[in-house]
Write a protein that binds this ligand. Structure first.
Ligand code: PAF
Length: 276
């Protein structure tokens, strides 16, 4: 679909009084994306999936070039999961003046910490492309996975601050049978790394249990880093935060433990919520 095609598609849906949901993706659709599409289907009359590997959210040296592109499979998966249409623009369509000098959207309150600390500019790229998609599609609702929890909060904040009329809905992380969160990047793991990878979620679960039993935040964070190192990871962060603001946690508030760690060249992220 072209930009004109998307706009026409949206206008037709508006005329028919349809509630439109958008599921933004970078393709390589897996069961996690299928859950987003199914959730969207349950909340809207019609679902558009976007497939776009967004260059502006990759730092130099990251996996933009090698990011898995599986468009034919994605079309079939999106359709069987319940999508009505797929929008797969080229970089030239999304960034008509080039991606290097594109207008940017910054959400400074949430973008410099955690994943943003090790991936400078990443959330600026995410916010920029998601706002472009919102402006093109004008969806009533948009669906994002809770695995990328910081991203979800960045988008919620952007929408609120910029008065974008869209409802943002988070969808629970889908896991493999052994607990590993579904991610397109899991396919980078070697067989040996794949068998180590569930330790990330297991470590988060143990940390959540320890916090529930009254362990101190600093101790839980220290133990998390040390357990990940023992399991063969190179941890980037393992932190307990307030689940609404990502600030340092305060007692009796919803908390979340977030972690990012590398196994070889693969960077994995995951999180576990703890109800306050
Ligand atoms: O989560 C993703 O797949 C991407 O960051 C998103 C939201 C599609 C923006 O490119």
């Amino acid at each position: 679909m072209s930009v004109e095609g998307v706009r026409q598609w949206r206008t037709d849906r508006a005329r028919a009084g349809k509630r439109v949901a958008l599921v933004p993706t970078m393709g390589n659709l897996h069961a996690g994306h299928e859950a987003l599409i199914a959730a969207a289907r349950g909340q809207a009359d019609t679902v558009l999936v976007s497939v776009f590997v967004n260059p502006t959210q990759f730092a130099p040296g990251e996996d933009y070039a090698g990011y898995p592109r599986t468009f034919e499979n994605d079309l079939a998966t999106a359709g069987s999961a319940g999508a009505d249409a797929v929008f797969a623009p080229t970089p030239e369509v999304m960034y008509p003046f080039g991606s290097g000098n594109a207008t940017q959207v910054d959400v400074p309150a949430l973008s410099g910490m955690l994943c943003g600390a090790s991936r400078p500019g990443h959330f600026r790229g995410v916010a920029g492309v998601v706002l472009r998609l919102f402006n093109l599609v004008n969806p009533d609702a948009a669906f994002f996975g809770e695995k990328d929890y910081q991203q979800l909060l960045v988008i919620r904040r952007m929408v609120r601050e910029l008065f974008v009329p869209v409802e943002i809905l988070g969808v629970q992380t889908v896991r493999e049978a052994d607990g590993l969160a579904m991610s397109s990047r899991n396919r980078y793991l070697t067989a040996a790394q794949r068998s180590q990878a569930p330790a990330l979620y297991q470590t988060l679960e143990r940390a959540a249990e320890a916090l529930g039993d009254g362990a101190a935040v600093a101790e839980v964070e220290r133990a998390g880093v040390s357990e990940l190192e023992k399991a063969g990871f190179r941890p980037e962060y393992f932190e307990v935060r307030d689940a609404q603001t990502l600030a340092a946690p305060t007692a009796n508030h919803d908390r979340i433990i977030l972690a990012a760690a590398r196994l070889g060249r693969t960077r994995l992220i995951d999180n576990v919520r703890i109800a306050g």
